[in-house]
Design a protein around this ligand. Structure first.
Ligand SMILES: [Zn+2]
Ligand SMILES: [Zn+2]
Length: 352
């Protein structure tokens, strides 16, 4: 009893000290100094030469408060590229303090809203924070010029205001807007510089045509980003022996459960939409089959439909994968894979 009373007394004293301390201006100022310093970006680029990918958005359009829509950050040496920029993805990128100065361009797999939503924010961050001195390079399928022209028009006043307010050295008027490159040929090498090769090829996401996947090769290491697609023989061939395959995925059983729920409350729209999406995405086991046949080093699922909201839902989503196939990861926002140059290591970690 005496021991319990002593512990309670210590807790009460600590609470009183804490209450007094947080109301003291000197303590508040010191804590603020520390908090502000920790908000500034720390060095982000890998100091070792590597090809690295971070999932900056792991979900499909089905909402989840803990995940951003589709986005993959790629770092090849000191060059940074983004592949898609769905809703909330730039919050992740800002939170991690990515080096906007090193952003060389943005690639779009296709022009669905869950992939393109935050291009205006990527433009702003790379322009002001990154100090970009030329227009932002944007690569994508036919129609990507409509996206960039539309954003330029919508943000034309913002570009003028920021230039007037911050001046040419911070918000250069020449760098406001986009240098857009539509990819019109299949199997096109889009980037070939600094040891990095990025090749685009078409996948199958009808009626979204064309819809692209990308192969990223850097000094002997390789990554495929599937974009949105059903089974694609081209994608299978391109994936042969790559280190990492990022592939979209859906679980039909879970989508059907959601439809049942929608029907039960009379929500016909959700019921129909969740039926429609099933003809242009790919079930879990078909993705696993591609990874096995292509002998990929590691399979990372992203753009999960629906993205699992908890461990149980994740177990159900991926429950049918054979126990003999273990080289896979269900990504969340921040899932990171590093492929050091000159080795065959595949290092998985979490950026947060
Ligand atoms: Zn999508
Ligand atoms: Zn899509």
């Amino acid at each position: 009893m005496k021991k319990i009373l002593t512990i309670v007394s210590i807790i009460v004293v600590l609470v009183v000290i804490y209450r007094v301390a947080i109301n003291n201006h000197t303590v508040q100022d010191r804590l603020l100094d520390r908090a502000v310093t920790s908000m500034l970006p720390e060095p982000f680029l890998d100091d070792k030469d590597s090809l690295k990918a971070i999932v900056c958005g792991s979900r499909s359009p089905i909402f989840d408060v803990n995940r951003a829509e589709t986005c993959i950050y790629i770092e090849a040496g000191d060059d940074v590229y983004l592949f898609d920029s769905g809703n909330d993805s730039t919050s992740n990128l800002q939170n991690w303090g990515i080096p906007w100065t090193n952003l060389k361009g943005v690639f779009y797999t296709h022009l669905h809203s869950d992939h393109i939503a935050e291009l205006a924010d990527v433009h702003l961050q790379s322009w002001i924070v990154g100090g970009r001195k030329e227009k932002l390079k944007v690569y994508g399928p036919k129609g990507v010029d409509l996206l960039t022209a539309g954003i330029e028009m919508a943000y034309s006043q913002d570009y003028i205001f920021r230039n007037k307010h911050h001046g040419e050295s911070i918000a250069s008027s020449d760098a406001a807007g986009f240098d857009t490159k539509a990819i019109t040929e299949n199997n096109k090498v889009v980037i070939d510089e600094n040891g990095l090769k990025i090749t685009s090829f078409e996948v199958l996401h009808y009626p979204v045509e064309p819809s692209l996947a990308f192969k990223i090769e850097y000094k002997g290491r390789s990554i495929i980003i599937s974009g949105d697609t059903v089974f694609s023989d081209d994608l299978l061939q391109q994936s042969m022996n790559v280190d990492v395959l990022f592939h979209e995925v859906m679980n039909i059983g879970l989508l059907e459960s959601m439809r049942k729920g929608a029907k039960a409350v009379g929500n016909d729209v959700i019921d129909i939409v969740l039926f429609d999406v099933q003809d242009y995405h790919i079930p879990v086991l078909e993705v696993v089959d591609i990874a096995k046949r292509a002998n990929v080093g590691h399979l990372i699922f992203y753009h999960a439909l629906p993205a699992p909201r908890n461990q149980i839902m994740e177990k159900i989503f991926y429950r049918d994968i054979d126990k003999d196939f273990q080289n896979w990861t269900a990504s969340i926002d921040g899932t990171t894979v590093t492929l050091p140059v000159g080795s065959d290591e595949i290092i998985l970690s979490l950026t947060e």
